[in-house]
Design a protein around this ligand. Sequence first.
Ligand code: NOJ
Length: 609
Amino acid sequence: MNMWGRKMITRNSKIKEAFNTPVGHDVISKILLQANIKDKYVKGGIIGNLKLKTLAKLSGGKVSEGFLNTFIDLLNRDDSNEAPKDGEISHKWWKEAVFYQIYPRSFNDANGDGIGDLRGIIEKLDYIKDLGVDAIWLSPIYDSPNDDNGYDIRDYRKIMTEFGTMEDFDELLKGIHDRGMRLIMDLVVNHTSDEHPWFQEALKNPDSPYRKYYLFREGDGTTPPNNWKSFFSGSAWNYYDEQKVWALHLFSKKQMDLNWECEEMRKDVIDMIKFWLSKGVDGFRMDVINYISKDEGLPDGDKAIGELMGFTGVEHYFYGPKLHDYFKEIRKEAFDPFEAFSVGETPGIGLNMARKVTGEERKELDMVFSFDHLETPGHTKFEDYKYDLDYLKKYLDNWTVNYGNNCWQAFFYNNHDNPRMISKIDTDPRRRFYLGSMLAVLQFTVKGTPFVFQGDEMGLTNYPFKSMDQITDVEAKNYYKELLDMGKTPEEAFKIIISGTREHTRMMLPWKPGVQVIDPTMTEAYKELIRIRKENPLLVYGDYELLMGDKGRYTYARFDKDTSYVIDCNLTTGEIPALDVPDGRLMYSNYEEPYAEVLKAYEGRIWVV
Ligand code: NOJ
């Protein structure tokens, strides 16, 4: 059967047959990438022809029988094995829009208490509009005890006091709409705060209807119900001594996972979504939304996969059995009646799975964020290494060519969960502008909706932290403790923390010069590139072709039958021959005086022919 043909996968199927299913292709590619193995070994040859059942033996027990069964189940699940459909590109506002992410705590502080707030955002709406932005994504602003800066919600319908009031919110929304922009909010419904009344009620009273809203397991407190690891260190289970129960938290001990099997809970979530949409909000970014469906019985995770991916258990919830059903339900019940837009944060989901989530005819999500480009394969975010721009090129080329016309992707370099991209690639301040603006050339000319993170347009890099006292984030603090427990010295542990902490992107924007300063030339470059994207819809909807992709360069065209844009980028710090574009008009270069023959360090050009 040919690529993506439907066929049941069994223990007797060959590895290459599993690789030839859409979901199998994603899972195996991810494992190969992490383990730094080339995919040619599984496509054919000796490994590809081996039967799946031999994997457990061959790996010396590293890949368990349990994992094999989970994997085979995943491949055979409903339509996992079926070819994603393709179609025509439809025109939508969110494909043409440039989004801007605001992390409210550190965007702009209007009342001088040191914490960003809604009035601070209102003050800067003209600035955002002037950049050319069409839509704002606001990280959580709801009432929260702030164990994870608002990603632990205590009351979904109340504004966090530090950020302002509901009146401030209404004024903000109006200010955004009055300027012709749109607003999407953060939807955090994989978990709530442990201080949410649902959880409090559920914990207190085993007979409460809210007990079913979470994942509780009874026990004596000695061994957690399974071996899943939390993303913020330690076991994913918290034990409540008094009540003699465990509760699942994939994130911090104060972020309790909701039980999506529970219909009443889903109904409450849908009502809450409608509450915000009725206010006029234009859509949502959906936090770790691919984690909401968990395998029945919450079975143990495979140890080898856990080690490779860093988190034991992920295979049981990163693409769970009812995920598509839940997406369809939310869309039908809440989003569609308001024509609202949705973008899912979906870590670990590969290209083919993303096609299933975003295929237009499937009516699930509009877009997803993929994260596979954030680190060079084989590296993790807490490693101090030099990011490989040739990998970024391969990633962009692969998604652009293979994602299909009826799916749409979001594309970003930075968000509030990662250190700054520029710092991962090149820390030399003399090259900062050229690197940052070349990245922007790519971001505004590839297929996919650009999401700018606050400060990208200022050319911000990582913050020069001096000690752990400056680090407030739960992920970094817990990991620091874990590193010390593993025997690292405080100096070694701190070095690891500053390589990967998300605190870098959570520092207050330097509206007034301090440790960090704004690079106004970068802001001008962003404005110009955003303008170019918006004035030339071919950069949104046009076809794509890789023209030259040899090491150190990325040259491609976006085109239709009449017009071509040629994007010519130097991914290195040396000079490389520039592409000669006869009859072309140079629309943009990030160098003031570009030479005809060479592309200078990180030069990015846009030609129109
Ligand atoms: C993803 C969010 O972006 C991150 O900031 C948060 O810590 C986790 N989800 C948990 O909500």
